[in-house]
Design a protein around this ligand. Sequence first.
Ligand SMILES: Nc1nc2c(c(=O)[nH]1)N[C@H]1C(S)=C(S)[C@@H](COP(=O)(O)O)O[C@H]1N2
Ligand SMILES: [Mo]
Length: 210
Amino acid sequence: MKDKYIAAKERWAAKQAGPAQRVVRSADRLPPGQREVANFPVLDMGIQPEVAPEDWRLKIHGLVENPVTLDWEQFMALEQFADTSDFHCVTTWSQYDMEWRGVSFFTLTELVKPKEEVTHVFYKGYDGYSTNTTFDAVMDDDTLIAHTWNGAPVPVEHGGPARVIIPKLYAWKGAKWASEIIFLDRDILGFWEVRGYSNTADPWTDDRFA
Ligand SMILES: Nc1nc2c(c(=O)[nH]1)N[C@H]1C(S)=C(S)[C@@H](COP(=O)(O)O)O[C@H]1N2
Ligand SMILES: [Mo]
């Protein structure tokens, strides 16, 4: 865990230091069972909450030294991060080169300081959605809470004002309309995870259903 964490943080620091380095893609850029699309389909539970930035709060709590509830101004005042990544939905579409801007998970964890015993993270959205990951999965150089997509504010249907982006996992692991991030010492299954979706959600091992 420690070595992997340090390596990820070094990659992130390099991105922060200079113009974004293009990642050298491997031949398996498209995970098994996926097809590339040029549009950005919308997937939700039939509710698209309209949360104005002035009403938006992101509560980050659980096993942390410094729990916070950020308002929009405080969130936007944090160190900003831009990254380009691919997006893989379990319903078999992938979209390449999504440009995200927001606040990276490294910056958020520097702020709240997760305790030593943290192993998992639970995410909630304003529509009642939830999902979960390991702590390890989200402490990576390409994970962020995004407020901007391809140069414009993330549209409401895609989770604006801000959504979680975890490119190396299937997209259901990224909560749209993010409202809470909770650091835990155990795993709690989210909305799709209790309905039979894979808990680990690794696109490259075709890891769709539990
Ligand atoms: N809050 C919330 N987040 C969510 C969802 C949702 O219904 N509510 N759907 C998930 C699923 S299944 C996918 S594939 C992606 C889809 O993101 P998109 O609608 O921007 O394509 O968001 C994920 N995050
Ligand atoms: Mo999905």
